[in-house]
Design a protein around this ligand. Structure first.
Ligand code: GLN
Ligand code: ZN
Length: 764
């Protein structure tokens, strides 16, 4: 018999119950018991679903009140000293203070850093490491959850984040040191955890070590052997899981660690099946991640069965099947998407449906296809439909793509020449001031959008109200004497969904939420088919904004790579092809904006860097097509039209050449949080075009002073010639309120003026 299981299940609840419970608890409207009971209900429902689908185990320990890396830190007693934690076990308020700086009880303290989990859009809290830290078992949550599942009569497989991955994700505080020196102190706690799980009657433990798919230094590989040798035999059987890529040079290592089973990702790295089969010792379990845990497509059963059949013969009972990774990264239940038509729904599988797919594959393998004939026929028909549907394959899109020439991605003249022309006719002063696009999304704006969506507000009223918001934003910017204005994006819920709603080839779900971090969720659009633009998407709003002012208004678009990286993307053609399709659709929008008299256009590429492959060897290929997609979007305008781009992350020193290759006239970037550290990168690499290094951190409610901004600008001026320096905040302002925004921008404009005056008097 083949075993089926999952590495993890969505944990926010079918209706985002976790979000509501957390926010209620943080506000003080819900007590701790109520929060815990909401959490328990989510876990029980997840286990019930796994059982109904016939899984051989339910997975425990994949749930988290905030983040599973944070939970691991808590379990290991790795609480930074500033949180003043002294208890026997880490209480939830300490956990929440680590996550977000404050909680209903306990003194506020700066939160731990948050960053992206591998190449996903999920964020984890970075473990803080220091050379003399010690560890001890400091949270019973995992054991409680195991007991809770057992009390429901489930066969439980708990999951632990492995010691090497936990250390790798950690960052040294108070000075660099070799993180591996902590391993000796860490392993006894892992040993204790395994023993306790064994005492609870657990047969199998899943230990996640996803760093095995990265380029690992030799010491880390060696540490794997040493660590797992020490842990082996301590408790239940262990299934070591790897995901998000192929093992490649770590394959031999992973196959021979002293564990009882290995899970590999066959969605991302299908070709590793044969080498793993060859290398894996004959007594070990092999768990194959055959369903894509990162995407929403229903599986095509025949190719999968064809691959699996010989493996069943070879492995027998040692074969396990699972999604490639935890289902945390996909929405919970397609059954709720009643707004999607049947054909489209037939192409999709969310977490709940993926469990059924496992069951289907298992039955087909073990009992024969006849046992599940009807289900297989339906799945085959859906796969076939997807291959041929005219909604997916549009000859007109293919023809346009075939006609793309390299010249379409090139501006007519070199930067220096066209930039001088742009600045002159846009009548911009030196060190021009601007913002990144969005202004405060007030309760009134959100209510207007919501009412309109629900059909409670007619189009004309909606339009009038949004225009009033735009007019107000323009008025405020004129009063502030900003140089390049924006319309403020009141009509946009989200910078990707807004475009997904209007582009052909995209579907928007109603409940397709995925956890981003803690209580925050995102609802990525589903990009299922060839992309086209039925009509202009932003032109009316921007044109209206421009009609109200003499100053240039900047048109605002989300770039092709960001739309791609923040959507669920079709898997039937390379991502680079899909990026080109989006680029062509956006190119039309850019040209329509230009034709409407908009001569500054910003194309945001907030997600360009996070799309980088996990293995360095694959970076260049990605950067090449990503840069080309941007250039195809932007390259069709006259040289007098100024193209901006914006990116919000500080660490892109390692991709500066690619960013330069995008050839945007102006790039605005995050820098304030790192005190312009990024500028160091400009010492090594001479960025050729204009730059606006963000001069204040929009994530903080603190209003910067003129002096602070001026000091940052002077630092920036040491690296960037004044003629190419812009002045702007770090990112969009939608999460702030107007009094903060006006005060901060007034200080920013004053600081820019001071720089200009100093320049005129020769004192800069
Ligand atoms: N134009 C967007 C805004 O201002 C950019 C958001 C982002 O970079 N994440 O909100
Ligand atoms: Zn940003």
């Amino acid at each position: 018999m083949t075993t089926i299981h999952t590495l993890g299940y969505p944990r926010i609840g079918a209706d985002r119950e976790l979000k509501k419970a957390l926010e209620g608890y943080w506000r003080g409207d819900l007590n701790r018991a109520a929060l815990e009971s909401a959490a328990s209900a989510i876990r029980l429902a997840g286990w019930q679903a796994q059982r109904e689908a016939g899984l051989d185990f339910v997975t425990a320990g994949d749930f988290s009140l905030y983040d599973h890396v944070l939970d691991t830190s808590a379990m290991l007693g790795a609480v930074p000293p500033r949180f003043g934690w002294q208890g026997e076990t880490v209480d939830i308020d300490t956990l929440f203070r680590m996550a977000r700086g404050r909680a209903p009880s306990g003194a506020p303290a700066p939160a731990c850093e948050m960053t992206k989990w591998f190449d996903t859009n999920y964020h984890y809290l970075v473990p803080e490491l220091h050379a003399d830290m010690t560890f001890r078992l400091a949270s019973p949550r995992l054991f409680d959850e195991v007991a809770e599942a057992r009390a429901e009569g489930h066969r439980v497989k708990p999951v632990l984040l492995g010691p090497l991955t936990w250390l790798w994700l950690g960052k040294c505080r108070d000075g660099e040191f070799d993180r591996l020196t902590l391993l000796d102190r860490l392993l006894p706690v892992y040993g204790e955890i395994l023993q306790r799980l064994a005492a609870q009657g657990v047969e199998w433990v899943q230990i996640d070590e996803p760093i095995l798919v990265l380029d690992l230094p030799g010491e880390w590989r060696a540490a794997f052997e040493a660590a797992y040798n020490r842990l082996s035999g301590a408790g239940p059987k262990t299934l070591l899981t790897t995901y998000f890529g192929g093992l490649e040079d770590n394959l031999h290592l992973a196959c021979h660690l002293p564990v009882d089973g290995l899970h590999v990702d066959l969605a991302r790295a299908p070709r590793q099946l044969e080498p793993v089969l060859d290398k894996l010792p004959a007594w070990k379990v092999l768990s194959l991640g055959i369903l894509d845990g990162r995407n929403v497509w229903r599986a095509d059963p025949d190719p999968l069965l064809a691959r699996l059949r010989p493996v069943t013969g070879r492995l027998g009972d040692r074969l396990w099947l699972a999604p490639s990774c935890s289902l945390l990264h996909v929405p919970q239940d397609l059954g709720r998407e009643t707004g999607l038509d049947d054909e489209l729904r037939g192409w999709l599988a969310f977490a709940r449906q993926k469990l059924d797919e496992l069951q289907l594959l298992r039955t087909a393998l073990d009992a024969g296809e006849a046992a599940v004939d009807a289900e297989l026929t339906a799945a085959r028909a859906a796969a076939n439909g997807r291959r041929h549907s005219a909604r997916i394959h549009r000859p007109a899109v293919a023809e346009r793509l075939a006609a793309v020439t390299p010249a379409m991605g090139r501006r007519g003249t070199p930067f220096a020449e066209r930039y001088a022309r742009q600045q002159a006719w846009l009548k911009l002063p030196p060190l021009p001031t601007t913002t990144i696009g969005s202004f405060p999304q007030t309760a009134a704006i959100r209510a207007t959008r919501r009412d309109w969506r629900r059909g409670q507000l007619d189009d004309a009223t909606y339009r009038r109200r949004m225009q009033a918001e735009i007019a107000e934003a323009i008025r405020r910017q004129e009063t502030l004497r900003l140089d390049v204005l924006v319309h403020g994006e009141p009509e946009r819920n989200d910078m990707v969904e807004y475009f997904g709603e209007q582009l052909g080839g995209f579907a928007i779900t109603e409940h397709g939420w995925v956890q981003s971090y803690g209580s925050r969720c995102v609802k990525p659009p589903i990009l299922y088919g060839d992309v086209f633009r039925p009509a202009p998407m932003t032109v009316d709003w921007i044109r209206y904004a421009q009609s109200l002012t003499e100053r240039p208004v900047k048109g605002m678009l989300t770039g092709p790579v960001t739309i791609l990286n923040w959507s669920f993307v079709r898997d039937d053609q390379p991502r680079r092809e899909t990026a080109r399709q989006i680029a062509l659709a956006l190119r039309d929008e850019v040209q329509d904006l230009e034709a409407a008299g908009i001569r500054v256009i910003q194309i945001d590429e907030a997600a360009l860097r996070e799309g980088l492959p996990l293995r360095r060897g694959e970076w260049q290929a990605y950067l090449d097509w990503a840069v080309n997609a941007f250039r195809l979007t932007a390259g069709g305008v006259d040289d007098g039209t100024q193209i901006h781009t914006h990116m919000c992350y500080a660490d892109f020193h390692d991709i500066l050449p690619a960013i330069a290759a995008m050839d945007a006239d102006v790039i605005t970037i995050e820098t304030a949080r790192s005190h312009m550290e990024l500028l160091e990168a400009f010492r090594a690499f001479d960025y050729p075009n204009a730059i606006g290094p963000g001069v204040y951190d929009i994530h903080s409610p603190n209003v910067p002073t003129v002096e602070e901004i001026h000091a940052l600008l002077r630092r920036a001026a040491e690296r960037i010639p004044l003629e190419r320096l812009w002045v702007n905040p770090d990112c969009g302002l939608k999460t702030r309120d107007w009094p903060e925004v006006e005060a901060a921008l007034a200080a920013m404009v004053a600081a820019a003026r001071r720089m200009r005056e100093a320049r005129i008097s020769g004192a800069a």
